[in-house]
Write a protein that binds this ligand. Sequence first.
Ligand code: PLP
Length: 239
Amino acid sequence: MTTEDRKAELAKSLAEVEARIERACAGAGRSRDEVRMLAVTKTFPATDAALLTDLGVTDLAENRDQEAGPKAEEVARLRPDAAPRWHMVGRLQRNKARSVVRWAAEVQSVDSVRLADALDKAVAAQERPPLDVLIQASLDDDPGRGGCPLPGLAALADHIARAGGLRLRGLMAVAPLRADPAAAFERLARAAETLRHEHPEATELSAGMSGDLEQAIAHGSTCVRVGTALLGGRGLASP
Ligand SMILES: *Cc1c(COP(=O)(O)O)cnc(C)c1O
């Protein structure tokens, strides 16, 4: 496929996703500008990410540090003036903290005190501005899928709020497999509301992907993370 063809394809899917977000906001009686969209470029090349910035996308997300670091560098080389914000949305090991803070403006997948401490230290060592963080909440209590169980959110939030290098921005979650996403997003919305009593600055609620962004927006999502619907399928071997 030529670059022009790929750009046209991405423009079409971007318009379709935008229309879905607008309809969902209207249906929920919410303003379109309450919901930001992250384009999840994992498994797709830096050239696709660069084309998305040409089309006006400002926020890009990745789920693996090893892939994201080089990709962010390449996009910066391809489009020196674009300056997209990169978001980490995948499971993160503490030993990757130093690497992640070099490319990520925001980490949405903080789920433990130990990881928060590692990121805080990495920010200090890097002498960079504070890192925006979201706590990943677990909606299925499956430790294999990551996330902090809901009863642990308050303590983790208090810890992050005290860390000088981190800015607590809110919650993120992935809907459980084989379950009604609307019910899960409702539990998440309640947890987010509770969190805001103690941490009014934690206003972000990152929920909704290609398959369930409408339900997430209906339940107060302020940030949808869209991969497949924008860029196409990732194939079986991909995460
Ligand atoms: C891959 C991924 C997405 C995007 O999923 P799609 O179904 O392709 O839109 C969103 N959030 C996280 C955490 C992801 O890993």
